[in-house]
Design a binder for this molecule. Structure first.
Ligand SMILES: [Zn+2]
Length: 438
């Protein structure tokens, strides 16, 4: 007798949908068989007309991010609830930046404590600022704690978060010896420091211009082609960045260099900064031109993963100050991330939320795939349901996508065999777990 059977739906396997039934025993997928034969279950859900996909993975979220005067709106409870309504069953947050190995443990313990209220599974990336310590020792320490990924910045020298090129090379070299992944926030610091732009929302994009991303990515691709290693560029905003990689560094793509992008760069562009509510859309890197947005869409096939870079604030916080530099940067996208992107790209987007992030971030084959023995993390999706986006479950009181009409909605989300959301109603009896990645 199985615990749960999802019958008469179409399941996502090998990049296509097939009419198959899924049976779950305890926390695992136990049996996948033809719908002709029905097996005994304690509970059965009829999924006729629905799509069943692996639970989505968001590899880039910021929860309880503390910027001094401002703190992002969502804690683990509200963020994981919003995520679950969006079909996300695992997300990866970032430890606060460190400059030496001895700071690691305190940052890790702090996150473990915060994450105790999560309804979905989670992991972390280690983050470094102006790191001056032993690279090998940090990678090893992080690894031992189930975190085979280190994030660094090529910018933000003003807040001492910029990592030197010497250290970046050490991290990349090290990643070719170990199995770690180096995540990079790629914007050229010199270009940003030398722009002479007014501190106004209307011209904010010019203060961190497209070329600062494109040139920095080219520089990093050059380093990786010499040293090998594995890097992952977070939140790529420009289609031109991807075109450059495809033209000059295609041998690195899929092997040594991975590309993440976010829904906001596909849905919004910098013209919104000229509107009265422009400050609500400030984030770093900025929204780009319509032309870059179109190019990004055209190059979607080269994007490996979609992360949200979830970092919402309230309207009052976003509008408290007039100067662009004083506005807290970030948007919330967790709840509608998949529906938004499915609406643009249909089935071709699914791998970027499932098997790709699972493989790249060492969660595979526990997560990211529907197969016997994998965690029973599943999304039941209605491809025909129409939905108008609202502020949703997040503690922020607005969404950057509010009012957008989309087709396709998450109906139910299952984590390790238990419903977190069932027919759009929150159940949430299961607790999220820290997933040790290796
Ligand atoms: Zn981020």
């Amino acid at each position: 007798m199985f615990d749960l059977g999802l019958i008469n739906g179409k399941i996502y396997r090998n990049a296509q949908f097939t009419h198959l039934d899924v049976y779950i025993e305890k926390d695992k997928i136990a049996e996948i068989i033809s719908p002709d034969k029905k097996l005994d279950c304690k509970k059965t859900m009829d999924c006729s007309g629905k799509l069943i996909m692996p639970g989505f993975i968001d590899p880039h979220v910021h929860i309880n991010l503390d910027l001094g005067e401002f703190k992002t709106s969502d804690d683990y409870e509200s963020a994981s609830k919003a995520a679950a309504f969006g079909g996300i069953t695992t997300f990866i947050d970032f430890l606060e930046p460190i400059n030496s190995v001895d700071e690691f443990d305190e940052k890790l313990q702090k996150k473990h404590k915060e994450a105790e209220t999560s309804y979905i599974d989670y992991s972390f990336h280690t983050t470094v600022g102006n790191f001056k310590d032993d690279v090998g020792k940090l990678v090893e320490t992080s690894f031992k704690n189930g975190i085979p990924s280190i994030k660094l910045f090529t910018t933000y020298s003003e807040s001492n978060r910029r990592c030197s090129y010497g250290k970046i090379k050490e991290f990349i070299e090290n990643s070719s010896l170990t199995d770690s992944l180096i995540l990079i926030h790629a914007e050229n610091d010199e270009i940003i420091l030398n722009t002479n732009v007014d501190d106004e929302t209307a011209v904010y994009e010019s203060s961190r211009p497209a070329k600062s991303e494109i040139e920095e990515i080219e520089k990093l691709a050059q380093i990786v082609s010499e040293l090998r290693g594995k890097i992952y560029i977070v939140h790529v905003t420009c289609g031109s960045s991807i075109e450059l990689l495809r033209e000059k560094y295609s041998q690195l793509l899929q092997n040594n260099l991975f590309i993440e992008s976010c829904p906001q760069y596909f849905y919004l562009n910098k013209e919104i900064y000229e509107s009265d509510s422009g400050r609500l859309y400030l984030l770093a890197p900025p929204l780009r031109s319509r032309d870059e947005q179109e190019k990004l869409k055209k190059n979607i096939a080269s994007v490996n993963t979609i992360g949200t870079d979830h970092a919402p604030f309230t309207k009052e916080e976003k509008l408290r100050y007039n100067k662009a530099s004083q506005v807290p940067k970030g948007l919330g996208s967790l709840e509608y991330s998949f529906s938004l992107m499915y609406n643009l790209f249909r089935e071709s987007i699914i791998a970027k939320y499932t098997i790709n992030p699972a493989i790249i971030h060492n969660l595979f084959p526990k997560k990211g795939i529907i197969q016997e023995g994998a965690d029973a993390d599943l999304v039941i999706f209605d491809p025909d349901k129409e939905l108008i986006i609202d502020s949703g479950q997040s503690k922020s009181d607005y969404s950057a996508y509010e009012g957008i009409k989309i087709k396709g909605a998450v109906e139910s989300t299952i984590l390790r065999g238990q419903f977190i959301v069932e027919n759009r109603k929150f159940i949430g009896t299961i607790k999220g777990q820290f997933i040790k990645r290796k």
